[in-house]
Design a protein around this ligand. Structure first.
Ligand code: SAM
Ligand code: SF4
Ligand code: SF4
Length: 335
């Protein structure tokens, strides 16, 4: 009877939006800064002169922990640390140590600093890491990332993460005219490892990446470049990738442009300066920092988020092209 009551209480506290979608996943942008300038995300001509957030504008680890703890009773089960480049944020491992271990803790990183941090990230309680890697040849990698770094550095980071016991996925954005050849090359590189490779369609995030539909290689086009793919069921509701098995390898396709998945979207984002966004393509956020800095309790934060989430009706990808809205940059809002 007691257990039933608890289940009932928990169910009562959980929040759903106007389309009946729960809040399960929080993506935290730890910083708006990055050590790469991927042309599809932070083109140099816009971001080299960009005014990044000052230290005092960024939520502290204590403030972020308060938000995370406040959201657990609402249904939160997963936290992903992202950015910008999350490994640029000082003492990131001490933040991971502060986070409740009942949550699935993941990070998305460009991998440049991963070799240095892998052991400490795992020891701090991180479960999983997603590493972005758009090409294995130096020329394409450097063109996509507008960087002097090399894919070897990222590959060493991936190996260090695997050795440290982290579960690893690789994200590869495919953009027409740049790296179509990466579809086959990246899959081949990780055959025989436990690493899951996921290809991402070039998305129209933000306002600076000169997105144009002709540069999108759809998931369907990518699948034609890979033989022997067998579709498999999603692992859970709200999974972003369409999953396939190829031999012993798992491959996923994140097809936000050609096959939008808004119907199950359970993701909230918090920008480094403490605004809550209910969609990757939102034009404005909801200020949580002011509440936090007025010493709001966890209950008050939870109530604010409940009220925001329960009015949510975002479905940008499904309505793409029908409504024009100014979008926040992905490096700011958290990818
Ligand atoms: N800096 C980290 C990284 O690159 O992994 C984390 C932040 S980044 C914004 C998160 C993910 O968004 C990366 O996998 C990146 O490739 C992806 N991304 C950024 N801009 C994109 C775009 N225009 N289309 C598709 N994916 C994009
Ligand atoms: Fe930086 Fe990640 Fe954006 Fe590339 S995708 S510029 S690594 S934030
Ligand atoms: Fe979720 Fe917005 Fe992406 Fe749709 S467009 S899947 S609502 S983040």
């Amino acid at each position: 009877m007691h257990i039933l009551k608890c289940v009932f209480d928990v169910a009562l506290n959980m929040v759903t939006d106007l389309l009946n979608r729960p809040l399960r996943d929080l993506r935290i942008s730890l910083t708006d800064r990055c050590n790469m300038r991927c042309r599809y995300c932070m083109p140099r001509e816009h971001f080299d002169s960009h005014e990044f957030l000052a230290k005092g504008e960024i939520l502290s680890y204590e403030e972020l922990t308060t938000v995370v703890e406040a959201l657990i009773p609402l249904g939160l089960t997963k936290v992903r640390l992202t950015g910008g480049e999350p490994l640029l944020r000082r003492d990131v491992c001490s933040f991971i140590e502060m986070l409740p271990k009942e949550l699935d803790l993941a990070m998305t990183t460009n991998g440049i600093l991963l070799e240095r941090f892998a052991v400490d990230l795992a020891a701090a309680g991180l479960n999983r890491v997603t590493v972005s890697l758009d090409a294995l040849d130096v020329e394409t990698f450097q063109a996509m990332g507008d960087t002097n770094e090399t894919p070897e550095t990222v590959l060493r980071g991936i190996e260090a993460a695997r050795m440290a016991g982290l579960s690893v996925k690789v994200n590869t954005v495919i953009r027409a005219g740049y790296n179509e050849h990466s579809v086959e090359k990246v899959a081949e590189r990780f055959v025989g490892t436990e690493v899951v490779v996921r290809y991402i369609e070039f998305m129209d995030v933000g306002e600076t990446n000169s997105w144009n539909n002709d540069e999108v290689i759809t998931g369907q086009m990518m699948r034609k470049m890979l033989d022997n793919l067998q579709p498999v069921k999603p692992n859970h509701v709200g999974e972003v990738a369409n999953r396939y098995i190829r031999g012993s390898q798992e491959i996923g396709f994140i097809e936000s442009v050609s096959k939008p998945f808004c119907g199950d979207c359970n993701r909230a984002r918090i920008s480094a300066d403490g605004s809550l966004y209910t969609c990757l393509f939102a034009s404005k956020g909801n200020d949580l920092k002011s509440l936090l800095r007025m010493n709001a309790t966890k209950e008050q934060i939870a109530n604010a988020v409940r009220s925001i989430w329960s009015q949510r009706d975002d479905a940008y990808s499904q309505n793409r092209g029908k409504k024009v809205q100014e979008k926040i940059e992905m490096s700011f809002i958290g990818g």
